[in-house]
Design a binder for this molecule. Structure first.
Ligand SMILES: [Zn+2]
Length: 408
């Protein structure tokens, strides 16, 4: 008979962890290396040891729990950190489902030929320095300069944050030297969108993870009196921005449907009701599952912005803040996930992940697979983040059976 996870135990783990880092605004604030994060780490360590797994932590604070001895392992996990006032399921679901799978396999005495190892990556959310600090450290993709200059999203130098901890720039940069041998990595995660819920399908099998180009942009025009400057004589930076957002969105929607463009933060200066906006700073977030499309979009959108600036008599400049390349996940692991899903009788669909995940970093090192489960109303990174327990049970059972297949 197929092995099944213990849903009640998994559910109570998720509920217990959701008490760590409660934000008065209703959600959870557990950024990496905060007090709440250290409390969550201590809690996870207890669970790992209680389950009889071998606990270990690397120099970047990535936490491991191993079942089995020598040899290349199959890894399973996600992250425990959250965005500020985020939800209880982004990341935590994957770590705790992985823990539950290893516990069940150990309890059942399922014979395996390869070790299994739980991993909880540090700072997936990028509060410390760029996204995926832990998995990038694990993969050996960090550079010293980035780390030394690193300023957290709360405005403090990374060095200062580390000063009060057992970690240092050196230990983080060297974390990849402690990396266990492994040949595959599985991650279960909430979808963070509404596709599965809309399609009424409990399981998404991720084929690709979109890459991202994130720029900080500025249109500079001229701040003038709103009553005395005729419309045709203005160099309005906000109008240029509005024009760019509308035409940029139309360009993506018509020529690269499926890719995304978002201007999520706009600062209008000087910011007075009676002054024509002289300058606008804004973020430009472009995502695509195709590296080629991402490159074309980056080029075309910059050309569009420069054209608008020229026509309206302004200047435009931008700088790259962050860039990740799209990742294709393993065909073999996708095949295993689909087969196990069929055996379990769960409907599934293949998907592209529009959000970034540690899985895309790890995909450069081994065969990687990702399972999505629906989240209610597609809500994520917010206090209202919720899942249906029945979907979690299906996702975790799929994870369990896929782990047994890959390590059997
Ligand atoms: Zn996540």
């Amino acid at each position: 008979m197929d092995l099944k996870i213990n849903l009640e135990r998994l559910k109570s783990d998720l509920e217990a962890l959701a008490q760590v880092g409660r934000d008065p605004r209703g959600g959870i604030s557990r950024p990496s290396f905060s007090q709440a994060d250290f409390a969550a780490r201590a809690w996870l360590k207890e669970r790992i040891c209680e389950a009889g797994l071998c606990y270990r932590q690397d120099g970047a604070g990535n936490v491991f729990g191993r079942l089995g001895g020598e040899g290349a392992a199959v890894l399973v996990g996600s992250h425990l950190d959250t965005v500020l006032n985020g939800g209880a399921f982004d990341g935590a679901t994957g770590v705790l489902a992985g823990l539950e799978c290893l516990r069940r396999i150990k309890e059942a005495g399922t014979p395996l030929s390869k070790p299994l190892e739980l991993v909880s990556f540090t700072d997936e959310e990028g509060n410390l320095v760029g996204d995926f600090l832990g998995s990038r450290a694990f993969a050996g993709l960090l550079n010293k300069e980035e780390m030394e200059k690193g300023v957290t999203s709360f405005g403090r130098p990374l060095k200062d944050i580390l000063a009060g901890t057992e970690f240092s720039l050196e230990s983080i940069l060297n974390a990849h030297r402690e990396r266990p041998k492994f040949e595959a990595y599985l991650e279960l995660h909430i979808e963070q969108g509404a596709v599965l819920e809309t399609e009424d399908i409990p399981i998404g099998i991720v084929e690709r993870i979109a890459g991202k180009s994130y720029r900080q942009c500025t249109f500079t025009g001229k701040a003038d009196h709103s009553g005395t400057t005729p419309l045709e004589l203005r160099h309005d930076a906000f109008l240029a921005t509005a024009d760019f957002v509308l035409r940029g969105t139309r360009l993506v929607a018509t020529e690269h449907y499926g890719s995304m463009i978002t201007v999520g933060k706009v600062t209008v200066l000087p910011g007075s009701f009676s002054v024509v906006p002289g300058r606008v700073d804004f973020t430009l977030d472009v995502r695509s599952a195709s590296a080629e499309t991402l490159e074309i979009l980056d080029k075309d959108l910059l050309a569009l912005a420069l054209d608008i600036a020229k026509t309206r008599g302004l200047s435009f400049h931008s700088r790259v803040v962050d860039r990740t390349t799209p990742a294709a996940l393993s065909d073999r692991v996708i095949g295993v996930l689909e087969e196990e899903c069929r055996k379990l009788g769960y409907p599934s669909m293949r998907m592209t992940s529009g959000a970034g995940h540690d899985a895309q970093i790890v995909s450069g090192l081994a065969e990687v697979g990702m399972i999505f489960i629906p989240c209610v109303d597609g809500t994520s990174h917010a206090p209202g983040e919720m899942i249906n327990w029945g979907d979690l049970e299906k996702g975790a059972n799929l994870l369990l059976n896929a782990l047994i297949r890959l390590a059997g």
